[in-house]
Design a protein around this ligand. Structure first.
Ligand code: KIV
Ligand code: NA
Length: 278
């Protein structure tokens, strides 16, 4: 199967073909997602929460992103990979933004980068696009700004907020972004933004009207992600419980000497041992 391109992605929107996107942070997850024919893999900075154990995405570094992105790229050689630009790697001028994004592509082997924010980062987005770096936008609940936003809450309920979101989405499209993630936005607003723009809108907690959906790997698999229920997540397996009971069974087998059995052990000639130990 050929990897997706940003041209094909736009065609999918035109044809009304839903776009599937899932995060992955390492080789096995990427391999399984590719085998399951996901359209886009996102190496999200949510790895800060679900892989590195931080409370927010703010401590995630560019080195973290490069490291995880390259492991993902090894597992999914035929899938379009987007890597997140982490906190404060794109707000200090075009020059640093360009160099940081370039690392995600050259060392992380990503095909595109994702950045949180709207009109205020439009110039950086345009500079990356001019340099040949495809940019995915990210609006609504932008976790890198959680302390500024005052928590993880639904965005765009008030008219002023909604107006700002609409303008930010337009600004990103004008700057050359190839797609936008809308996170925790009311369904009607997400739907209106989706039909007013020609670039694909990929929702997470943004309802049914978007061109595609993205969720976090650890959330859909219940893979030891933070254990609060999220309304916008659908879980497809309970890997956390499966793994925990498997490890318990192993611990118990070791303690009771149930494991290993003869079948797991390597024999040798008795005489050789006798010569050694008499
Ligand atoms: O980091 C991430 O996983 C994301 C998605 C939630 C869109 O940015
Ligand atoms: Na992210």
């Amino acid at each position: 199967k050929q990897a997706l391109t940003i041209t094909k992605l736009r065609k999918m929107k035109q044809n009304g073909e839903p776009i599937s996107m899932l995060t992955a942070y390492d080789y096995p997850a990427a391999k399984l997602a590719e085998e399951a024919e996901i359209d886009i893999i996102l190496v999200g900075d949510s790895l800060g929460n679900v892989v590195l154990g931080y409370d927010t995405t703010i401590p995630v570094t560019l080195d973290d992103m490069v490291y995880h992105s390259r492991t993902v790229a090894r597992g999914a050689r035929h899938t379009f990979i987007v890597a997140d630009m982490p906190f404060m790697t794109y707000h200090t001028g075009k020059e640093t933004t360009l160099r940081n994004a370039a690392r995600l592509m050259q060392e992380g082997h990503a095909h595109a980068v994702k950045m949180e924010g709207g009109a205020e980062i439009a110039e950086e987005v345009a500079a990356l696009v001019r340099a040949g770096i495809p940019v995915m936008g990210h609006l609504g609940l932008t976790p890198q700004s959680v302390h500024q936003l005052g928590g993880y809450k639904v965005q765009g309920k008030l008219e002023k907020e909604a107006q700002r979101l609409v303008e930010d989405a337009k600004a990103l499209e004008a700057a050359g972004a190839f797609a936008i993630v809308l996170e925790l936005v009311t369904e009607p607003l997400a739907e209106a933004i989706t039909s007013s723009l020609s670039i694909p809108i990929i929702g997470i907690g943004a309802g049914r009207g978007c061109d595609g959906q993205v969720l976090v790997y650890h959330d859909i698999l219940q893979y030891a992600s933070p254990y609060h229920e999220k309304r916008f997540v659908k879980t497809y397996a309970d890997i956390g419980t499966t793994i925990r009971s498997a490890i318990s069974a192993y611990v118990s087998d070791v303690k009771t000497r149930e494991f290993p059995q003869q079948a797991h052990a390597f024999p040798m000639e008795q005489e050789v041992l006798l010569r050694l130990y008499g």
